[in-house]
Design a protein around this ligand. Structure first.
Ligand code: GDP
Length: 482
């Protein structure tokens, strides 16, 4: 490819992502000439062997997939940082899954090799377990042993980036302007600003662009990553633009607004984004992508073993990410970009994750019994069982219990989803899923600020008197209307 590659750094916390990025940037001729980076725009560029490389400053897989979920390209190459003294950790596994889902080439940087007694080959073997086939094991993934602190082998890492980029096929895209938003903010002096990365064509001051589906912007001025005013950004370059009337979101794509009807341009953007559209039932295409979370390593392995055996006329399960622990927001992003469903086995799914998953149309299934999980997934592969989310019309969290002199109990609730209505059948649960049901009842009386009310909507506090079972109510429980 001709343009500079866009590179992002991922890995577990404290493994040295920030240190490595800083060290890489400081090797750059560009930076030493100008006395280092003075302006922070979220991305920077270095020159190595007369070739430019663009780095995204915000390391991490969550930001990466969030951008992808909005249609952006996010990065061409991922550097996976693994600390030699700590090895593969939860966020390392997540980073691998996110990079693989994006089909972005990975370079492994085994960092902190300056520390005494580190065992690099142990780390390499661990990586193999996560399906990263390193070159020395006959695979294609390059690994470089580095030390951000001692600045060891940074050149080798940069060489590897350029080598991988050179092998990346030029997709022969047209020279039409295209790019994505890295971040945006409001500045009291400059107004709305956004950092963009151009991935195709070039962007010049005076041009009009369409960001996302609705934001039109005539580019008033551009500064590069060093804070210098420039008139044009070439493909691969990051820069900050002025001239926006509203804030775009990171990851939104932009194209040239050529004055044709807005709809046509919107269609073009939708075409780009449609590639990423979510279909929870990818099983129909032969592969059911799963993100698997379980309570212990032992159960996780047992589940993986059973799930990998499932098959029906070529339909199979692909496990995109497996780990112990609660379902996280970044799992939803990964599910969204890899068209996967999230399976939580005996682990909590927090209310905010449930709400977010519904908003994102990601299916999160929770199980407590292995054979139910296996049976349903097998059913999904056979097409006889449709994996579906329970539809919840309303959910309220019990904030406080008020026993009345009459012996009745009023639950003081906050409605967090949908609405509650007098007469509704409710499921009282400890968590937002049917396995966590404590009992069923009906809403007898609903009150808002002590006034009896037929229907009450989201984000409102209310008092609920149930028909029955109220002696079992506890603070923190959920009322769900199905
Ligand atoms: P991040 O959370 O992944 O961004 O990690 P940081 O870059 O903040 O580094 C975490 C800690 O590891 C800091 O105390 C760094 O000084 C240290 N560190 C980073 N790289 C190296 C390295 O190559 N060698 C050693 N010995 N320490 C390092």
């Amino acid at each position: 490819m001709n343009r500079p590659p866009i590179v992002t750094v991922m890995g577990h916390v404290d493994h040295g992502k920030t240190s490595l990025l800083d060290a890489l940037r400081n090797t750059s001729v560009v930076n030493t000439e100008s006395g280092g980076i003075t302006q922070h725009i979220g991305a920077s560029q270095i020159t190595h062997n007369n070739k430019k490389i663009t780095f995204i400053d915000t390391p991490g897989h969550a930001a990466f997939s969030e951008m992808r979920s909005r249609g952006g390209k996010a990065a061409d190459i991922v550097i996976l940082v693994v600390a030699a003294n700590d090895g593969v950790k939860p966020q390392t596994k997540e980073a691998i899954a996110h990079a693989k889902a994006a089909k972005v080439p990975i370079i492994v940087a085994i960092n902190k090799v300056d520390l005494p007694g580190v065992n690099v080959s142990k780390v390499k073997n661990q990586l193999l377990e996560y399906d990263l086939q390193l070159e020395e094991f006959g695979g294609e993934i390059i690994s470089v042993e580095v030390s951000a602190t001692m600045k060891t082998n940074l050149d080798k890492l940069l060489d590897s980036i350029l080598a991988i980029w050179e092998m990346t096929e030029d997709t022969k895209e047209s020279k039409d302007l295209k790019g994505f938003v890295l971040e945006s903010k409001h500045d009291s002096k400059k107004g709305y600003t956004a950092t963009l990365i151009v991935t195709n064509g070039s962007l010049s001051v005076g041009q009009e662009i369409l960001i996302g589906k609705a934001i039109k912007c005539k580019v008033k001025s551009i500064v590069d990553f060093l804070g210098k005013k420039v008139t044009t950004l070439q493909a691969g370059d990051p820069g900050e633009i002025l001239g926006l009337k509203e804030l775009p979101q990171s990851g939104e794509t932009f194209v040239l607004y050529t004055g044709q009807s807005l709809d046509t341009t919107v269609e073009e953007i939708e075409e780009v984004e449609n590639d990423e559209n979510f279909d929870p039932f990818a099983a129909k295409g032969g592969e059911l992508n799963l993100i698997l979370r379980a309570d212990t390593q032992g159960t996780l392995e047992a589940l993986v073993g059973s799930l990998q055996k499932l098959e029906y006329e070529g339909n199979k399960v692909t496990i995109i990410l497996k780990d112990v622990g609660e379902v996280k927001e970044s799992d939803l992003l990964l599910a969204s970009v890899s068209k996967a469903i999230v399976v939580a086995f005996k682990v909590a799914v927090a209310g905010k994750i449930v709400d977010k998953s519904r908003e994102m149309k990601i299916l999160v299934r929770k199980y407590d019994i292995i054979y139910e999980l296996i049976e349903e997934i097998q059913g999904a592969l056979e097409g006889v069982f449709e994996l579906k989310e329970e539809k919840v019309k309303g959910r309220a969290e019990i904030l406080k219990i008020f026993p009345l002199p009459s012996g009745d109990v009023v639950a003081g609730c906050l409605i967090t989803h949908g609405r509650l209505r007098e007469g509704d059948s409710v499921s009282i649960r400890t968590e937002p899923n049917k396995e966590a049901e404590v009992f069923k009842s009906k809403i007898k009386i609903l009150k808002k600020a002590s006034v009896q009310t037929k229907t009450i909507g989201i984000d409102t506090e209310c008092g609920v008197l149930l028909n029955s079972g109220y002696d079992k109510l506890k603070e923190g429980m959920l009322l769900e209307v199905l």
